[in-house]
Design a protein around this ligand. Sequence first.
Ligand code: FES
Ligand code: FES
Length: 163
Amino acid sequence: MSELKQHDVAFTVNGKAETLSVSPRTSLADALRDTLGLTGTHIGCEHGVCGACTVLLDGKPVRSCLLFAVQAEGAAITTIEGIGDAQSPHPLQRAFNECHGLHCGFCTPGMIVTLSAFLKEHPQPTSADVREAISGNLCMCTGYQNIVRSALRAAELIEGAKP
Ligand code: FES
Ligand code: FES
């Protein structure tokens, strides 16, 4: 079978302009991980069910396993690496640490990316709101209690109401 022609695609990732040459079949998840080395985006089911591969595309959470990289032309992509890091953690990362919101951590990048967009639009969520927000992110370890607690704690931290 003949090789598929490579295509150039340009987008920004975590604020940095990138131009990649990819196969038209390359998923955005593979381009981020394999070409750009951003392995914080995890790949679980590869068919849109688990949410581990969630990134922000122009501020909205998307399944990067379901998008071809070429479909992200011109977009602003944010991965977990762009949400925060050890030196400057996002309040969600602080809260997940504080409230034990992870065990193995496989689902955690997708959870945090999803919740980062959710908390922008719902700064004072209820526990039920959080459960609904992460209903598309599967965790096999935690039973969700501490994830929900972490999200509520992050909302407090963002609001600055409690230290
Ligand atoms: S790897 Fe994309 S939704 Fe599971
Ligand atoms: S912490 Fe292990 S899958 Fe969620």
